[in-house]
Write a protein that binds this ligand. Structure first.
Ligand SMILES: [Zn+2]
Length: 262
């Protein structure tokens, strides 16, 4: 832990106990109205972040595990250990997947020991002590002078960083237009814009009539905040114009329906 950057150490602590800036705690701390994941809209806690099934998260997971695969090769990892670790990682997103039947008998004990620690533990860098001994045997069989202790320490870092990069991806979506909440806001404002263009433009002041004289596509292509402002203004103007016409309408109604006049 001490050799990780300070920010990653802090992140690991927060995410290991689950008290971090996810939807669940944002609602508890009053900084958000919804606990929805920005990538898929499901309830978000610390467990959800690497398990989110949004396509962009799946793609990021595949990319990160492919990078870990290359890293394990570069560190002269026993191919059977590499296969077992990557297979266990699949259990993070699909707990029905990992089965000890896919690893050689000599790795079964380490595999089951790691399963006992849990998949979330894997992302916290908590590795079974049995891996180092197995890697040491492999390195000795190749006559390598590499340190199995250093290998296991660096692997622990890589696993923590995998979880950290998934969190960074989640944050990049949170602050992009691909955010589920922003997509919903965008859909609602676009529906409102379509309604305004579909309605008659005569109930409006000249200023707003000019706003509606542009092509619908021009308004729909504006950034979300500008579209929301545009819609708010048109709605307010339409309402104000109707309110201003109400007394005239009452006078006309009394004129044409004198018997109904109070
Ligand atoms: Zn999600």
């Amino acid at each position: 832990m001490r050799s990780l950057p300070t920010g990653v150490q802090r992140w690991t602590t927060k995410h290991a106990v689950g008290m971090c800036d996810v939807g669940k705690f944002k609602v508890r701390w009053g900084s958000a109205d919804s606990a929805a994941c920005p990538c898929c809209g499901e309830f978000e806690d610390n467990f959800h972040v690497p398990r989110c099934m949004a396509p962009s998260v799946s793609a990021e997971w595949d990319r990160r595990t492919a990078t870990l695969d290359q890293w394990l090769d570069a560190q002269v990892t026993d191919p059977a250990i590499k296969h077992a670790i990557l297979h266990l990682l699949q259990g993070v997103r699909d707990s029905s997947l990992p089965s000890s039947r896919v690893v050689p008998v000599c790795l079964c004990s380490a595999f089951l020991s790691q399963k006992c620690i849990g998949y979330q533990g894997l992302l916290e860098g908590r590795l079974s002590v049995q891996w180092a001994a197995l890697q040491e045997q492999y390195l000795q069989s190749r006559g390598s002078q590499r340190s199995p202790t250093l290998w296991v320490s660096r692997l622990s870092h890589q696993l923590i960083l995998l979880g950290f990069h998934m969190w960074e991806h989640r944050n990049s979506v949170q602050h992009s237009e691909d955010n589920v909440q922003l997509r919903k806001r965008s859909r609602l404002v676009n529906d409102g814009i379509h309604s305004q263009f579909d309605m008659c433009p005569t109930d409006l002041s000249m200023v707003v009539q000019r706003m509606l004289a542009v092509k619908r596509r021009t308004v729909l292509n504006k950034p979300l905040v500008d579209r929301e402002e545009w819609l708010k203004l048109v709605r307010m103007e339409r309402m104000a114009y109707r309110r201003a016409l109400a007394p005239q309408r009452r006078i006309l109604h009394r004129f044409f329906h004198p018997a109904q006049a109070p």
